[in-house]
Design a protein around this ligand. Structure first.
Ligand code: 6GU
Length: 264
Protein backbone atom coordinates (compact mmCIF):
# COMPACT_ATOMS: atom_id res chain seq x y z
CA UNK A 1 0.00 0.00 0.00
CA UNK A 2 1.10 3.52 -0.77
CA UNK A 3 0.14 6.37 1.55
CA UNK A 4 0.86 10.01 0.68
CA UNK A 5 0.60 12.44 3.58
CA UNK A 6 0.24 16.20 3.00
CA UNK A 7 1.18 18.25 6.03
CA UNK A 8 2.87 21.46 7.13
CA UNK A 9 4.91 19.38 9.60
CA UNK A 10 6.35 16.30 7.88
CA UNK A 11 9.02 15.98 10.57
CA UNK A 12 6.33 15.00 13.08
CA UNK A 13 5.97 11.63 11.36
CA UNK A 14 9.59 10.53 11.08
CA UNK A 15 10.26 8.79 14.39
CA UNK A 16 6.95 6.96 14.48
CA UNK A 17 7.38 5.61 10.96
CA UNK A 18 11.02 4.65 11.60
CA UNK A 19 10.37 2.13 14.37
CA UNK A 20 8.89 -1.28 15.00
CA UNK A 21 6.20 -2.74 12.78
CA UNK A 22 5.73 0.26 10.49
CA UNK A 23 9.46 0.41 9.81
CA UNK A 24 9.54 -3.29 8.98
CA UNK A 25 6.46 -3.01 6.74
CA UNK A 26 8.24 -0.33 4.73
CA UNK A 27 11.50 -2.28 4.57
CA UNK A 28 9.81 -5.35 3.10
CA UNK A 29 7.82 -3.24 0.61
CA UNK A 30 4.33 -3.80 2.03
CA UNK A 31 3.96 -0.09 2.89
CA UNK A 32 5.35 3.05 1.27
CA UNK A 33 4.70 6.33 3.08
CA UNK A 34 5.48 9.53 1.18
CA UNK A 35 5.51 12.78 3.17
CA UNK A 36 4.90 16.10 1.44
CA UNK A 37 5.26 19.55 2.90
CA UNK A 38 2.30 21.69 1.81
CA UNK A 39 4.56 24.74 2.12
CA UNK A 40 6.63 23.45 -0.81
CA UNK A 41 3.57 24.02 -3.02
CA UNK A 42 2.87 27.55 -1.81
CA UNK A 43 3.62 30.44 -4.16
CA UNK A 44 5.88 33.43 -3.66
CA UNK A 45 9.10 34.11 -1.85
CA UNK A 46 7.44 33.65 1.53
CA UNK A 47 5.46 30.54 0.62
CA UNK A 48 2.41 31.69 2.56
CA UNK A 49 0.08 28.80 3.40
CA UNK A 50 -2.49 30.52 5.62
CA UNK A 51 -4.29 33.83 5.86
CA UNK A 52 -6.93 35.47 8.08
CA UNK A 53 -10.54 34.39 7.50
CA UNK A 54 -12.92 36.38 5.29
CA UNK A 55 -15.53 37.95 7.51
CA UNK A 56 -13.12 38.46 10.34
CA UNK A 57 -12.67 36.55 13.54
CA UNK A 58 -9.59 35.05 15.06
CA UNK A 59 -7.16 32.49 13.79
CA UNK A 60 -5.83 31.65 10.37
CA UNK A 61 -7.24 29.56 7.55
CA UNK A 62 -5.21 27.33 5.24
CA UNK A 63 -5.28 28.65 1.68
CA UNK A 64 -6.71 26.41 -1.03
CA UNK A 65 -4.02 26.82 -3.72
CA UNK A 66 -1.10 25.04 -2.02
CA UNK A 67 -3.31 22.12 -1.00
CA UNK A 68 -4.78 21.70 -4.50
CA UNK A 69 -1.27 21.99 -6.00
CA UNK A 70 0.17 19.45 -3.57
CA UNK A 71 -2.63 16.92 -4.17
CA UNK A 72 -2.39 17.33 -7.95
CA UNK A 73 1.38 16.81 -7.89
CA UNK A 74 1.06 13.76 -5.64
CA UNK A 75 -1.63 12.21 -7.86
CA UNK A 76 0.49 12.78 -10.94
CA UNK A 77 3.53 11.14 -9.35
CA UNK A 78 1.60 8.17 -8.01
CA UNK A 79 -0.05 7.56 -11.37
CA UNK A 80 3.36 7.56 -13.04
CA UNK A 81 4.74 5.11 -10.51
CA UNK A 82 7.14 7.83 -9.37
CA UNK A 83 9.11 7.47 -12.62
CA UNK A 84 10.84 10.80 -12.39
CA UNK A 85 11.81 10.53 -8.74
CA UNK A 86 13.03 6.93 -8.89
CA UNK A 87 16.77 6.30 -8.85
CA UNK A 88 18.55 3.15 -9.87
CA UNK A 89 18.91 0.79 -6.94
CA UNK A 90 16.30 2.71 -4.96
CA UNK A 91 13.96 -0.17 -4.44
CA UNK A 92 14.12 -3.89 -5.27
CA UNK A 93 11.03 -3.75 -7.48
CA UNK A 94 10.16 -0.36 -8.94
CA UNK A 95 6.66 0.82 -7.99
CA UNK A 96 3.98 0.16 -10.57
CA UNK A 97 1.64 2.92 -11.68
CA UNK A 98 -1.28 3.09 -9.28
CA UNK A 99 -4.98 3.15 -9.96
CA UNK A 100 -5.89 6.75 -10.71
CA UNK A 101 -8.35 7.57 -7.93
CA UNK A 102 -7.16 7.10 -4.37
CA UNK A 103 -9.48 8.42 -1.66
CA UNK A 104 -8.40 11.97 -0.73
CA UNK A 105 -8.95 11.95 3.01
CA UNK A 106 -9.03 15.09 5.13
CA UNK A 107 -8.26 14.59 8.83
CA UNK A 108 -10.66 16.86 10.71
CA UNK A 109 -12.68 16.75 13.93
CA UNK A 110 -15.75 17.20 11.71
CA UNK A 111 -15.14 13.95 9.82
CA UNK A 112 -16.80 10.57 10.21
CA UNK A 113 -15.57 8.71 13.27
CA UNK A 114 -12.65 6.39 12.67
CA UNK A 115 -12.98 2.84 13.97
CA UNK A 116 -11.82 -0.69 13.16
CA UNK A 117 -14.43 -1.03 10.41
CA UNK A 118 -13.16 2.12 8.69
CA UNK A 119 -9.58 0.86 9.13
CA UNK A 120 -10.54 -2.39 7.39
CA UNK A 121 -12.27 -0.50 4.59
CA UNK A 122 -9.15 1.62 3.98
CA UNK A 123 -6.84 -1.41 4.26
CA UNK A 124 -8.52 -2.75 1.13
CA UNK A 125 -7.18 0.16 -0.96
CA UNK A 126 -3.81 0.16 -2.68
CA UNK A 127 -3.30 3.91 -2.31
CA UNK A 128 -4.43 6.55 0.21
CA UNK A 129 -3.85 10.30 0.28
CA UNK A 130 -4.13 11.92 3.74
CA UNK A 131 -4.43 15.69 4.14
CA UNK A 132 -3.67 17.14 7.58
CA UNK A 133 -5.57 20.28 8.54
CA UNK A 134 -4.09 22.83 10.93
CA UNK A 135 -4.88 26.15 12.58
CA UNK A 136 -8.51 27.21 12.79
CA UNK A 137 -9.39 25.35 9.67
CA UNK A 138 -8.95 25.22 5.96
CA UNK A 139 -10.67 26.91 3.07
CA UNK A 140 -14.06 25.29 2.46
CA UNK A 141 -13.31 24.85 -1.27
CA UNK A 142 -10.79 22.13 -0.36
CA UNK A 143 -13.61 20.23 1.33
CA UNK A 144 -16.14 20.85 -1.44
CA UNK A 145 -14.05 20.33 -4.55
CA UNK A 146 -11.02 18.23 -3.63
CA UNK A 147 -11.41 15.81 -0.75
CA UNK A 148 -13.51 12.66 -1.09
CA UNK A 149 -13.63 11.65 2.58
CA UNK A 150 -13.25 13.27 6.00
CA UNK A 151 -12.15 11.37 9.08
CA UNK A 152 -12.01 12.24 12.79
CA UNK A 153 -10.33 9.97 15.33
CA UNK A 154 -12.57 10.95 18.23
CA UNK A 155 -14.62 13.62 19.95
CA UNK A 156 -11.81 15.85 21.18
CA UNK A 157 -9.81 18.56 19.48
CA UNK A 158 -6.16 18.19 18.48
CA UNK A 159 -3.94 21.03 17.30
CA UNK A 160 -3.76 19.46 13.87
CA UNK A 161 -4.50 16.40 11.79
CA UNK A 162 -0.99 14.95 12.06
CA UNK A 163 -1.58 12.70 15.08
CA UNK A 164 -4.86 11.58 13.56
CA UNK A 165 -3.09 10.72 10.29
CA UNK A 166 -0.56 8.66 12.24
CA UNK A 167 -3.38 6.83 14.00
CA UNK A 168 -4.96 6.02 10.63
CA UNK A 169 -1.65 4.88 9.11
CA UNK A 170 -0.92 2.62 12.07
CA UNK A 171 -4.38 1.06 12.32
CA UNK A 172 -4.56 0.49 8.55
CA UNK A 173 -0.98 -0.73 8.01
CA UNK A 174 -1.24 -3.50 10.59
CA UNK A 175 -4.21 -4.91 8.65
CA UNK A 176 -2.20 -5.32 5.45
CA UNK A 177 -1.57 -9.05 5.02
CA UNK A 178 1.99 -9.88 6.04
CA UNK A 179 2.63 -6.76 8.15
CA UNK A 180 2.03 -8.51 11.47
CA UNK A 181 4.16 -11.52 12.35
CA UNK A 182 1.62 -14.29 12.66
CA UNK A 183 -0.76 -14.62 9.73
CA UNK A 184 -3.83 -14.19 11.92
CA UNK A 185 -2.43 -11.84 14.56
CA UNK A 186 -4.91 -9.07 13.78
CA UNK A 187 -7.93 -11.35 13.83
CA UNK A 188 -8.20 -11.73 17.62
CA UNK A 189 -7.66 -8.04 18.38
CA UNK A 190 -10.00 -6.09 20.56
CA UNK A 191 -12.67 -4.71 18.18
CA UNK A 192 -11.75 -7.02 15.27
CA UNK A 193 -14.03 -9.68 16.79
CA UNK A 194 -16.52 -7.09 18.01
CA UNK A 195 -15.43 -7.89 21.58
CA UNK A 196 -12.71 -6.54 23.83
CA UNK A 197 -9.80 -8.89 24.35
CA UNK A 198 -9.52 -10.82 27.57
CA UNK A 199 -6.41 -10.99 29.77
CA UNK A 200 -3.00 -12.30 28.70
CA UNK A 201 -0.30 -13.84 30.91
CA UNK A 202 3.32 -14.79 30.44
CA UNK A 203 6.08 -16.11 32.74
CA UNK A 204 6.57 -16.19 35.67
CA UNK A 205 3.80 -18.50 36.76
CA UNK A 206 3.70 -16.76 40.15
CA UNK A 207 4.60 -13.08 40.50
CA UNK A 208 4.46 -11.59 44.00
CA UNK A 209 2.03 -14.31 44.90
CA UNK A 210 -0.32 -13.56 41.98
CA UNK A 211 -0.66 -16.70 39.91
CA UNK A 212 -1.59 -17.41 36.32
CA UNK A 213 -5.06 -18.99 35.92
CA UNK A 214 -4.78 -22.75 36.09
CA UNK A 215 -6.68 -23.35 32.83
CA UNK A 216 -3.99 -21.55 30.79
CA UNK A 217 -1.38 -23.99 32.12
CA UNK A 218 -3.60 -27.05 31.60
CA UNK A 219 -2.65 -27.65 27.97
CA UNK A 220 -6.33 -28.37 27.23
CA UNK A 221 -6.86 -26.42 24.00
CA UNK A 222 -10.68 -26.50 23.98
CA UNK A 223 -10.92 -25.38 27.62
CA UNK A 224 -8.43 -22.59 26.98
CA UNK A 225 -10.37 -21.38 23.94
CA UNK A 226 -13.66 -21.41 25.87
CA UNK A 227 -12.07 -19.61 28.86
CA UNK A 228 -10.64 -16.91 26.60
CA UNK A 229 -13.97 -16.42 24.90
CA UNK A 230 -15.70 -16.06 28.24
CA UNK A 231 -13.11 -13.60 29.49
CA UNK A 232 -13.60 -11.51 26.34
CA UNK A 233 -17.37 -11.61 26.84
CA UNK A 234 -17.04 -10.70 30.53
CA UNK A 235 -14.70 -7.78 29.88
CA UNK A 236 -16.89 -6.45 27.08
CA UNK A 237 -20.01 -6.78 29.22
CA UNK A 238 -18.31 -4.90 32.08
CA UNK A 239 -16.62 -2.14 30.09
CA UNK A 240 -18.38 -1.69 26.74
CA UNK A 241 -21.75 -3.46 26.93
CA UNK A 242 -23.02 -1.65 23.83
CA UNK A 243 -20.48 -3.61 21.74
CA UNK A 244 -22.33 -6.84 22.53
CA UNK A 245 -25.31 -5.65 20.48
CA UNK A 246 -23.25 -5.72 17.28
CA UNK A 247 -20.98 -8.68 18.07
CA UNK A 248 -21.42 -12.08 16.42
CA UNK A 249 -22.48 -14.25 19.37
CA UNK A 250 -23.10 -17.99 19.55
CA UNK A 251 -25.84 -19.61 21.61
CA UNK A 252 -23.10 -20.64 24.09
CA UNK A 253 -21.96 -16.99 24.31
CA UNK A 254 -25.52 -15.88 25.05
CA UNK A 255 -25.91 -18.48 27.78
CA UNK A 256 -22.69 -17.27 29.40
CA UNK A 257 -23.87 -13.65 29.25
CA UNK A 258 -27.21 -14.67 30.80
CA UNK A 259 -25.28 -16.18 33.72
CA UNK A 260 -23.24 -12.98 34.07
CA UNK A 261 -26.42 -10.90 34.07
CA UNK A 262 -28.00 -13.09 36.79
CA UNK A 263 -24.96 -12.58 39.00
CA UNK A 264 -25.17 -8.79 38.92
CL1 6GU B 1 -8.61 14.36 12.43
N1 6GU B 1 -7.99 16.60 13.66
C1 6GU B 1 -7.99 17.43 14.71
N2 6GU B 1 -7.41 18.61 14.61
N3 6GU B 1 -8.56 17.12 15.87
C2 6GU B 1 -9.14 15.92 15.95
C3 6GU B 1 -9.18 15.01 14.89
C4 6GU B 1 -8.59 15.40 13.74
N4 6GU B 1 -9.83 13.92 15.28
C5 6GU B 1 -10.17 14.15 16.54
N5 6GU B 1 -9.77 15.34 16.94
Amino acid sequence: MRIDILTLFPEMFSSYLAASILQRAQEVGLLAVHLHNIRDYAAGKHRVTDEPPYGGGGGMVLKPEPIFAAVEAVLERGRQGDRETRRQGDSPSPPLPLSPSPPLILLTPQGRLFNQRVAQELAGREWLVLICGRYEGLDERVRQHLVTDEISIGDYVLTGGELAAMVVVDAVARLIPGVLGAADAAQEDSHATGLLEGPHYTRPESFRGWTVPEVLRSGHAANIARWRREQALRRTWQRRPELLLAAALTEEDRQFLAILAEGM
